[in-house]
Design a protein around this ligand. Sequence first.
Ligand code: NI
Ligand code: MN
Length: 227
Amino acid sequence: MTEITYYGHSSFLVKIGDKQIVFDPFISPNTKASHIDVSKIIADYVLLSHGHEDHVADAEAIVKNNNAMLVSNYEIAVWFAEKGVEKYHPMNHGGSKTFDFGKVKYVNAVHSSTLPDGASGGNPGGFVIKHAHGCFYYAGDTALTYDMKLIGEEFKIDFAFLPIGDNFTMGIHDAIKAADFVGTKKIIAMHFDTFPYIEIDLEDAKKAATKAGKELILLNIGESITL
Ligand code: NI
Ligand code: MN
């Protein structure tokens, strides 16, 4: 069982066993997430898919408040190390590493990754997390790509965090295909409605998912579910 809490945009807290993993925290600048108190978030790990501000904004605060481990690609991990983050783990595409909550594989994403100050954030990625009770995919920001089929071949994915906001990433129709490629019926939606560019018709998205035989999970900000 995995407990998931939504913090808005592409930010989630995932509890695996007794470990708490935060993905792409963008909370304090998000007016829609003003009821989430970043200083109260408890994390053992912070995983960052790429360097964009709307994915890393609260990473430094959460990592430092908790003495948590920051995991990302090499360029992003080193950028945070230079800001005084002491526990960090750099990865790159195709690489896997076992942590005390499970095994993380850093996989391809088709996007960009410049850091907030203009520094190179390397190449963007996503994560596949295989742990004692299951396996899931966190796509980060990405277009639909055939590389996702490799994830479906290698892993038995229980559910996938996929962007559905279109414009900067996949929209719902490509996200449905992505779910097919990785081999899951359960999509946890992210990267929609935060900004005008990515506002979408949620009823249309739900209908498209239902028609395709997918379960589209749309969480309210602050809501938790167990999968
Ligand atoms: Ni991005
Ligand atoms: Mn983004």
